[in-house]
Design a protein around this ligand. Structure first.
Ligand code: AMP
Length: 395
């Protein structure tokens, strides 16, 4: 058994995989939330939902509670049945692949707190908790940044003093790498192609969103930067803006840089532009009802995504295997996909409107046979990717 953990400062998402067969199977999906506030642990097992209200003063108590519940319910024989725990870590600095959590790796995750202050501290606390509660388990870290370490300097450097990069690590790191790694592997399988020959543009459009340019099976460029604030427009994040806006709006509104940055992270994007919601379901509904605030939001969202797709198409050249849509919006919003694709006249894409609307299991082609580039929707599975990397590392 392998446990996959995605922890925040007050929550732990967990998924248990049975790894006794060749293909790992997820058997339980759960969430411990409101840690340090009060505490709820819930999970789904064999189609039934379970919920426990329990005092969770810290992550350690939460991990201990989860393990004891799994044993008590005979889902696992004992805590030792879990051979390894794979952690999703947002920022791994310049670590280029999933790694066993040695002291050195753990210190690098700690050093990256200043680059990902909202994300890495929760993961660190969870690693420490699991170490205490499960001293015999192998611990593996899978990073959202690692997959993009193949970018070359033209892509990852900013045009700022070079010292900022050398001394302070100011560079593009990129995120959603676990998802991109998974989708690229799936794409290679689907196309029956060697992984190192896959060229694709992958649009990971969830509440957080980014796009990656995959050239010869590796990340060649991506839209997020030093932090997940950069790139395309998102649910509540602005994506790219003129950096001078920050000083200007701080003076206008008499707010601090920290406050302005928080607005760019939490009150911008679809939420900021619509003034109502960050949820793409509401945006597309309002768009269909001709509401101006939803029209401007979806138009901007689609245009920015299309602008990056054409830029990445130019980086790949002529041999593009596919444009892939994934994550919450990419997988489910046919309106958003259509709006983005219709803004790419140079790519000669022909959308199959019927296919775009019909539901699917794992993946589906939504372009016609005449389309110069195939367009595919594909369900991402970051937890399975973490499980597979964990298996590889503990063998
Ligand atoms: P994620 O962060 O990957 O969970 O994606 C969350 C986003 O997916 C939210 O903006 C949701 O509104 C969006 N989403 C989920 N289902 C749909 C759907 N059926 N149509 C449009 N957007 C959806």
């Amino acid at each position: 058994m392998i446990l996959v953990v995605n922890a925040g400062s007050s929550s732990i998402k967990f998924r248990l995989f049975d790894t006794s067969e060749k293909q790992p199977k997820d058997i339980l999906d759960g969430l411990a939330e409101r840690i340090t506030i009060d505490g709820i642990v819930s999970f789904k097992y064999e189609g039934t939902k379970y919920k426990f209200e329990v005092d969770l003063p810290n992550h350690e108590v939460a991990v201990d509670f989860i393990l004891k519940k799994l044993v008590e319910m005979k889902i696992i024989k004992s805590a030792e049945a879990i051979k390894a725990v794979g952690f999703r870590i947002v920022h791994g600095g310049t670590i280029s692949e999933s790694s066993v959590i040695s002291t050195e790796v753990f210190n690098t995750i700690k050093d990256a707190v200043k680059l990902a202050p909202l994300h890495n501290p929760g993961a660190i606390t969870a690693i420490e908790a699991v170490k205490k509660v499960m001293p015999n388990a192998n611990l593996v870290a899978c990073f959202d940044t690692a997959y993009h370490q193949t970018l070359n300097q033209e892509q990852y450097l900013y045009a700022v003093p070079y010292e900022w990069y050398e001394k302070h690590g100011v560079r593009k790191y990129g995120f959603h790498g676990i998802s991109y790694q998974y989708i690229t592997q799936q794409l290679a399988n689907n196309l029956n192609k060697d992984l190192n020959k896959v060229n694709a543009i992958i649009c990971h459009l969830g509440n957080g969103a980014s796009i990656a340019c995959i050239k010869e099976g590796k990340s060649f460029d991506t839209t997020m930067g030093l932090t997940p604030l950069a790139g395309v427009m998102m649910g509540t994040r602005s994506g790219d803006i003129d950096p001078s806006i920050i000083e200007y709006i701080c003076n206008e509104l008499k707010i601090t840089v920290k406050e302005a940055t928080s607005i760019l992270n939490k009150q911008s994007g679809l939420l900021g532009m619509s003034g109502e919601t960050s949820d793409m379901r509401d945006i597309t509904n309002g768009y269909k009802q001709n509401k101006p605030n939803f029209i401007r939001s979806l138009n901007k969202y689609s245009q920015v995504a299309a602008d990056y797709i054409i830029r990445f198409a130019n980086l790949i050249g002529h041999d593009i295997d596919a444009i892939v849509f994934t994550a919450g919006i990419g997988e489910n919003s046919e309106t958003t996909r259509e709006e983005i694709l219709k803004r790419l006249p140079l790519l000669d894409i022909e959308l199959d409107s019927k296919a775009n609307e019909v539901d699917y299991d794992e993946s589906k082609v939504i372009s016609t046979k005449n389309s110069k580039i195939p367009v595919i929707v594909m369900r991402t599975n970051e937890e399975l990717m973490i499980c597979l990397d964990t298996i590889k590392l503990i063998k």
